[in-house]
Every structure is written in C-alpha cells, then in structure tokens.
Design a protein around this ligand. Structure first.
Ligand code: URA
Length: 209
C-alpha cells in the first residue's frame, strides 16, 4: 500500500489557512499556493538518494554529496495543477514538466483525457503528479493510469487538500503511489466539493467563476 503523508510543517499549515480563507483574493491565493508547493516539494524530496563525491574547495579536497539516482518530472493535471507547478520548479528547476488534461464527461461523470504531453523518458524519471484538490480521486487516478500506460513506474501524488474518498480511490487503484497532502479534510459534499476545503481551486487560482 502506498503511504499517505500529511505534511504538518507549521509554515505549510499557516499558509494553507490563508489559502482556505474566502477573503483571500486571486493574487495572494496564487502566491500562497506557489509557496506551499515549494514547501511540500522540500518534504517530498527528503528521501532522494545521494552519492558521495570529492569536491575541491579553495582550501582542500572534501568529501561531499550530490543527488544521485533518477531525474524528476512534474506532471500538473490541467488546469488547477498548474498552480502548484512553479512552486515545485523553484526547488527542482531541472525537472521536466509533462501535462495531462482531463475533463469530466457530463453523462458518465468519468474523466476523459483531452491532452497529454510528456517528456519522452518518463519511464526513467521519478514523477510528481500535482493537483491541488484530491476530491473523488477520479481525475488523479486516471492521470496516474495514463502515465503508467506510457511507461511510468515511479509516481508520487501531491495535493493541497484531500478528501477520504479520494485517498481511498488512489489507494485502491494505485497501491504503489505515495500520496502527499497538506491536509486531509472531512468529506465531499453533494456537489463534489471538499468540506471544509477551499472552494474551486481552479477558479480561485485563475480568477474565473
Ligand atoms: N475541485 C476543487 O477545485 N475543489 C473541490 O473542493 C473539489 C474539487
């Protein structure tokens, strides 16, 4: 079973509170989501493997460490995932970015893929799928499946807020994927919004209604 990690760092929690507040306008909302994306990426990358190398300092030769192992890829789910992408890139600027676009079919309510553009070597990368809201988990599950169908084997999911329903869905569909949240909320309401949540993440990020 993939792990569920709720990142309870005080800075993440403080900023998430401001993100939730309905009085927070588009500019501040976007900046805060960006900042939390960076802080969450810091935690998610904690277990990246290192290798020991020699480095010449101005004084002597020192044993030092640098990142080893797989390169990273960031996969925002369109459109709200874009809001978390730059925050992660601040910390991992060399990461490649792939995009997955999904919409929900109004009749079947199932996610339908309308856009996928990925780095050619995703099978060699550690991928971080980003989407602010893990509600039913339908979109995130479909996006992860889409990556797996194209060869990805190493995937983490990073969301601001999750509902228990969404967490369960990912754990059922993709038991190899670790889930990282800033908060695990109470439930979904009848309209599919996370309660207490933050409203519609895409609308709040981009100033749409
Ligand atoms: N998507 C959102 O943007 N907000 C929710 O609460 C649920 C899904």
């Amino acid at each position: 079973m993939g792990e569920l990690k709720v990142l309870d760092h005080p800075l993440i929690q403080h900023k998430l509170t401001m993100i939730r507040d309905y009085r927070t306008g588009t500019k501040a909302f976007r900046e805060l989501v960006d900042e939390v994306g960076t802080l969450m990426a810091f935690e998610i990358t904690r277990d990246l493997p290192l290798e020991e190398i020699d480095v010449e300092t101005p004084v002597t030769t020192a044993k030092a460490y640098r990142l080893a192992g797989k390169k990273l890829g960031i996969i925002p789910i369109l459109r709200a995932g874009l809001g978390m992408m730059d925050g992660v890139l601040n910390l991992i600027p060399a990461a490649k970015v792939g995009h997955v676009g999904l919409y929900r079919d109004p009749k079947t309510l199932e996610p339908v893929e309308y856009y996928v553009k990925l780095p050619s070597d995703i099978h060699e990368r550690e991928l971080i799928v980003v989407d602010p809201m893990l509600a039913t988990g339908g979109s995130a599950s479909a996006a992860i499946q889409s990556l797996k169908d194209r060869g990805a084997i190493n995937i983490k999911l990073m969301c601001l807020i999750g509902a228990p329903e969404g967490v369960k869905r990912i754990q059922q569909d993709h038991d190899d994927v670790d889930i990282y949240l800033a908060a695990l909320d109470e439930k979904l309401n009848e309209k599919g919004y996370i309660v207490p949540g933050l409203g519609d993440a895409g609308d709040r990020l981009f100033g749409t209604k």
